[in-house]
Design a protein around this ligand. Structure first.
Ligand code: CUA
Length: 343
């Protein structure tokens, strides 16, 4: 019985690879469609290779003919096998793969275009993503762990690493590209239509590599521009609620958090920045982000406070020190204040 069920179970497990927000088999952009085509081409081609090899293997079990081959015939056969199986077949395979693969890779290269595409800069950190929009009208926009991009047009991603090598990968939009410290790599990706896509660091970068997820949202050009514009005015200035209720939390943030984290518009003594030992995510719009800790917690009411208390259990080894000297009440207050930072 186990054997009978194992086949459909195996196939069902295989099919789970065909959907989901990180499936290369469910492309949502040209680059990913090319990659998927190469994948299906390889699957078809190598299935043929497998069938051929198995057929040849089965062929060896045939009853031997009575007539033995002469030495010359043996030699000729051996030469044919080496030439065919060792030279012609591999060359043909590589040529076919290159016909599929080279143009696919080429289309993701950021060659100059008539209208230069928008540039989004993404830096990989252990273990989070820094995302910058340097060309945004009205000044650079900085956020973290989420990418918002226009749909239906190419976008150039300039990626680098801050500490170790990471890899930027939005499977439904295209291939992956390494984020190497000291170097900027470029990839051009395009989302066919608005949607939400999963992304993941694709290069092992330490213990929390799996918790290095990125949320990608493609929207219409006008929505994208409105999204950028919203972030150009520091949330602190637009929020009336920043009044006295949150003042103690804000002061605690300046004292304990602002050495590593920035909130646009929040005045921080210069001396603190000089201390800055490590850089943490910019928190200016954290209340509007879908997750915390690069995909560890969903952003819900009270989640930031929870994260501040338990982050070393939820994501052990992350660079933020455990806040042992701070009262849970203070942490929750800081979290509650941060949650209001939503444009
Ligand atoms: Cu960053 Cu794996």
């Amino acid at each position: 019985l186990i054997r009978v069920w194992s086949i459909p179970t195996f196939l069902a497990v295989l099919l789970t690879g065909c959907a989901g927000d990180k499936s290369i088999l469910d492309p949502a952009g040209r680059g990913a469609a090319d990659v998927a085509l190469v994948w299906w081409g390889m699957l078809g081609f190598f299935s043929l290779v497998l069938i051929t090899v198995v057929a040849l293997w089965l062929y060896t079990f045939r009853p031997r003919s009575s007539r033995a081959r002469t030495a010359i015939e043996e030699k000729r056969l051996a030469r044919r096998l080496i030439l065919g199986g060792g030279v012609l077949l591999p060359v043909a395979t590589i040529v076919v793969l290159m016909i599929f693969g080279v143009p696919a890779g080429q289309r993701m290269l950021p060659v100059p275009l008539g209208t230069p595409p928008d540039v989004i800069e993404v830096t990989g950190h252990q273990w989070w993503w820094e995302v910058r929009y340097p060309g945004a009208e009205g000044g650079e926009v900085v956020t973290a762990n989420q990418v918002v991009m226009p749909a239906g047009e190419p976008v150039d991603f300039h990626v680098t690493g801050a500490d170790v090598i990471h890899s930027f990968w939005i499977p439904r939009l295209g291939g992956k590209i390494d984020m190497v410290p000291g170097r900027t790599n470029r990839i051009r990706l395009e989302a066919d239509s608005p949607g939400v896509f999963g992304a993941q660091c694709a290069e092992f970068c330490g213990t929390q590599h799996a918790h290095m997820q990125l949320y990608v949202k493609a929207m219409e050009r006008s929505d994208y521009e409105a999204w950028l514009a919203e972030r150009q005015v520091p949330t602190l200035e637009t929020l009336a609620v920043q009044s006295d209720a949150h003042a103690p939390a804000r002061e605690a943030f300046v004292e304990y958090c602002a050495q590593c984290h920035r909130v646009a518009g929040l005045a921080v003594p210069d001396s603190q920045w000089e201390l800055a030992p490590i850089q943490g995510p910019d928190l200016s719009d954290i209340g509007a982000r879908p997750t915390l800790g690069a995909g560890v917690l969903a952003m819900e009411e009270g989640a930031i406070g929870d994260w501040l208390r338990r982050h070393q259990q939820l994501k052990p080894g992350n660079r933020m020190p455990a806040h042992l000297g701070l009262e849970p009440r203070t942490l929750q207050a800081i979290g509650d204040w941060l949650e209001t930072l939503s444009p």
